[in-house]
Write a protein that binds this ligand. Structure first.
Ligand code: ASP
Ligand code: MG
Length: 425
């Protein structure tokens, strides 16, 4: 039997009892004959608490020191977990990201993994030990400083290690039983999916489904790593996320069309009003935004009014980049000659995702009709081959998600979604 990488999230190791429960689970996997590599997050809300603490000391902590601080969270949980596994009579060794060979670039707070050299992890498991690795951290190739990979990135550590070690599966243990057709906190009748393709999961993660870190899914897709998302609070099977070709053959037709409904509350909308309809104006606007490191999501431009030869351009972006983007655009008002800027951070995005959309006409019409029937106004629309997203008023997100879920017959007959833990913070 091969290598299994198991990642345990903060809610699974929130306290000493949780850590002991996880240790037992690791030992059970070991007893089945697997070599086990564990990636662990910080206990409970530790990362948030450490951030808050830093902000009490200074509103703008130096990024290098913030990373030093935040990586301490995972060092606590990894060491405690190794102790708990040892107490069950099995050898375990914990490793920081740096010791585990997670090599990154030097961008503090959102470093990218550029290489994995898991020599020490390999030796540990070759000797029959359980290797426990601190998630969400690495070491910069250039500066040799400790880096973090972005909030929620322990998932990415786990998948990257699974790829580098050639693991047979990367199990992600969380506080819900798997990937659901919608967030069970909003739609109690959401159903657990047995299987989802990497492609669908990528769209779901990019559309705000928080169950997996986006980069972890990108990584899994690129290196064909099968992921099994499940809960550490129960032994039931969760959701398998598999290469696109190994998809849902044999599953119900319904499942093949729509995988689920995702939502995102972290976006804002900016409208540039009265842009002269001339060649190069849109390019100039988006060049300036790119120069300020603002990631744009949806863009809409109308035909210009004949009388004025001016048009409005609206786009969405992460809310946290809002002020930055407004300031950058204000600087080019005279140059571009637009009338004014509007900022709206009371919007949200609702997305319908499914690989089966490609071959089934009428999905868009049904989606919009279900929103209309629920009294939800659509502000913007964007689509990919397997996704339709709309921007709606923030106050209507939950209504829109529920209405869409019902319209596409995704509601379960019996409520099965269980949220086991976590504060949702
Ligand atoms: N502890 C880190 C965070 O809260 C990493 C993780 O949990 O994946 O973002
Ligand atoms: Mg997480």
């Amino acid at each position: 039997m091969g290598i299994v990488v198991q990642k345990y999230g903060g809610s699974s190791v929130a306290d000493a009892d949780g850590i002991k429960r996880v240790a037992q689970r690791i030992v059970n996997t070991k007893k089945q004959g697997h070599e086990v590599v564990v990636v662990v997050s910080a206990m409970g809300d530790t990362t948030d608490d450490l951030r808050d603490l830093a902000e009490q000391v200074t509103p703008l902590p130096p990024p290098r020191e913030l990373d030093m601080l935040l990586t301490a969270g995972e060092r606590i949980s990894m060491a405690l977990l190794a102790m708990a596994v040892s107490s069950l009579g099995h050898e375990a060794q914990s490793f920081t990201g740096s010791q585990a060979g997670v090599i990154t670039d030097s961008v503090h707070g959102k470093a990218k993994i550029i290489d994995i050299t898991p020599g020490r992890i390999k030796s540990a498991i070759d000797e029959g030990h359980v290797a426990i690795v601190a998630g969400f951290q690495g070491v910069s190739q250039d500066t040799k400083d400790v880096t973090t990979l972005g909030r929620g990135a322990s998932d990415t550590t786990a998948v990257a290690l699974a790829a580098a070690l050639g693991a047979e599966v990367c199990e992600i243990y969380t506080d819900v039983a798997g990937v659901f057709t919608a967030d069970p906190r909003i739609v109690p009748a959401a159903r657990k999916l047995d299987r989802v393709s990497h492609e669908e999961m990528l769209e779901m993660a990019a559309s705000g489904a928080k169950i997996l870190h986006l980069r972890c899914v990108e990584y899994a897709r690129r290196y064909d790593v099968p992921i099994h998302v499940r809960t550490s609070f129960d032994t039931i099977e969760g959701t398998w996320i598999l290469p696109d070709t190994a998809d849902t053959e044999g599953d119900t037709v319904e499942q093949a069309i729509i995988a689920g409904v995702a939502h995102d509350r972290s976006e804002a909308k900016i409208t540039v009003v009265g842009v002269p309809d001339k060649v190069g104006e849109a390019a100039r606007i988006f060049e300036v935004l790119a120069g300020s490191e603002v990631n744009i999501d949806m863009v809409v431009q109308n035909v210009s009014a004949a009388a004025t030869a001016r048009t409005d351009i609206s786009f969405t972006l992460p809310r946290e980049d809002g002020q930055n983007a407004m300031a950058a655009l204000a600087k080019i008002q005279d140059e571009v000659g637009y009338d004014k800027l509007l900022f709206d951070d009371r919007v949200g995005k609702v997305s319908l995702i499914g690989a089966g959309m490609r071959s089934h006409p009428g999905i868009t019409a049904k989606f919009f009709a279900s929103l209309a029937a629920a009294g939800v106004n659509i502000e913007m629309i964007s689509t990919s081959e397997i996704r339709i997203s709309v921007i709606v008023d923030e106050g209507q997100i939950d209504t829109a998600v529920r209405a869409t879920h019902t319209a596409f017959d995704l509601d379960a007959d019996e409520v099965e979604a269980v949220v086991y833990g976590g504060t949702g913070r």
